[in-house]
Design a protein around this ligand. Structure first.
Ligand code: ADP
Length: 455
């Protein structure tokens, strides 16, 4: 069911129910008022007739004649007067006798002084009347034809008004809901037009403050991010192609040159050595890309277990020194470790080692002395590692870019690389809910501070 119909139905149900309750209340209240008013009217009529009979001494036949000749005797108030022992003293029309009084009824009136009740379509009152120290019982009955027909009219007026108001509400509600949802329809149409080839298109924001404006803005922000990530993907692919092409064309060039004419064994050896260096560069690049792909997995796919950070650092150090024998990495424990839990983290062993190896290698690679110090500290919440070197440092302008994939700083000529290491390291650290932060001074050195929560 469309939102437009749902909203309309909801509004209609709510409004219809309230209107119905209101109409029923008016009807019930009017019916009760009419009934009460009519009982009062009957009482007045009864007392007036008793006054005429006893006080004004109007003879009963005259009163009966007036009753008989009234415009519509059938609906006229019919009054009967008894003494307290059920002797009939006066009756408007014995032959009509609307209320069949009984002894019990007269006793009941004497006991209660006044009663009211309904008999079929008639309303009846019974009351006591005092005259000259004597007590009489009067009954008066009639059908409130006028009041009931007005009540009936009110009922039809309410039903017709209800139907008309509901009809108007449906029409107005449909119009306003459609008007309110037009911007949503526009957004839906616009979004339908956006594909991978025209990601630059944006949804029009008419009113920034209303909910639909917010929806449009959120959607536009999402498109910004999508466009950025699309561009990032495009750059990523062209960067990879570039990184692969350079060593591959060097290898091809060197091998072609070697084949042009016969050379000495030493010359061939030189060509093989150069090609091997380029091939190793390619291996490093493909390993880095593979690790980058792993670090981009969903955290739930990567297996995580409890690890000791100090052991990971020692393994990383060993791996670095095995390949780069001239490097020197010192491990420094800022606090004594009393318990396994002090340095425990939940993580992926392979990826964390890759991150630590990158930081150690960078620190040694960008330092003339090829040395770095890794210190380990911890508190109740997290472990804190800092990778410190006294190397060439990172220019301020580079600091905000060095975590982008394939970005190499302006100091890149100092040592070869592919620009994947830090972006990979950052991905791995954030995958472990940790943070990475740099302090660097040109020609003085850099410190990479990392913190990772225990669990
Ligand atoms: P690569 O080391 O392969 O160039 P990285 O992603 O590891 O790529 O590092 C990106 C850039 O950050 C490097 O090119 C370099 O400019 C800078 N950098 C990283 N670590 C250091 C460091 N310890 N000292 C100086 N510069 C560094």
């Amino acid at each position: 069911m469309k939102i437009r119909v749902k909203l309309l139905l909801l509004f209609l149900t709510l409004f219809g129910t309230l209107l119905l309750i209101f109409a029923i209340f008016i009807y019930v209240y009017s019916a009760k008022t009419r009934k009460d008013q009519y009982y009062k009217h009957l009482k007045r009529e009864a007392v007036t007739k008793a006054n005429l009979l006893f006080d004004a001494k109007v003879p009963p036949p005259v009163l009966q004649l007036i009753y008989k000749n009234s415009a519509n005797a059938l609906f006229e108030e019919e009054v009967a007067i008894y003494d307290t022992t059920f002797n009939l003293l006066y009756h408007d029309a014995v032959q009509i006798d609307k209320v069949k009084e009984t002894r019990r009824m007269i006793d009941e009136i004497v006991r209660q002084k006044e009663i009211t009740f309904e008999q079929g379509t008639l309303q009846v009152v019974g009351l006591l009347y005092q005259y000259n120290h004597n007590t009489y019982v009067i009954t008066a009955a009639a059908n409130d034809r006028y009041g009931l027909s007005r009540l009936e009219e009110l009922k039809y007026t309410l039903i017709i008004s209800f139907v008309i108001i509901i009809g108007l509400t449906i029409a107005a509600g449909y119009y306003f809901v459609a008007k309110a949802l037009t911007p949503v329809t526009e957004i839906v149409d616009k979004v339908g037009e956006i594909t991978a080839t025209n990601l630059y298109k944006r949804v029009q924001v008419k009113n920034q403050k209303d909910e639909i404006g917010e929806l449009a803005q959120t959607f536009n922000h999402m498109l910004d991010r999508l466009e950025q990530s699309f561009d990032g993907q495009k750059n990523f692919v062209s960067n990879i192609s570039h990184e692969l092409r350079t060593p591959l064309s060097t290898i091809v060039g060197e091998l072609q040159l070697a084949l042009i004419k016969d050379r000495s064994a030493a010359a061939y050896k030189e060509v093989i050595k150069l090609s091997l260096t380029d091939a190793q560069r390619l291996v490093r690049l493909s390993n880095g890309l593979l690790d980058l792909a792993k670090a981009s997995y969903d955290q739930n796919i990567v297996s995580m277990k409890a690890l000791r950070a100090d052991e990971l650092l020692m393994d990383a150090r060993e791996a670095v020194l095995k390949i780069n024998t001239e490097y020197k990495v010192d491990l420094l424990f800022e606090r004594e470790i009393d318990d396994d839990d002090d340095v425990s983290i939940k993580g992926n062993e392979y990826l964390l080692k890759v991150a630590f190896i990158n930081l150690m290698e960078n620190a040694c690679k960008f330092s003339a002395d090829h040395q770095c110090t890794v210190s380990i500290n911890f508190n109740a919440d997290q472990i804190e590692l800092s990778f410190k070197d006294q190397g060439i440092g990172i220019p301020d302008d580079d600091l905000e870019h060095i975590f982008s994939a394939f970005y190499r700083g302006t100091n890149k000529d100092f040592s070869p690389g592919n620009g994947i290491g830090l972006s990979l390291t950052q991905k791995i650290i954030s995958m472990h809910h940790g943070t990475i932060q740099i302090n660097s001074a040109l020609n003085k050195g850099s410190v990479f501070n990392i913190s990772i929560p225990h669990i």
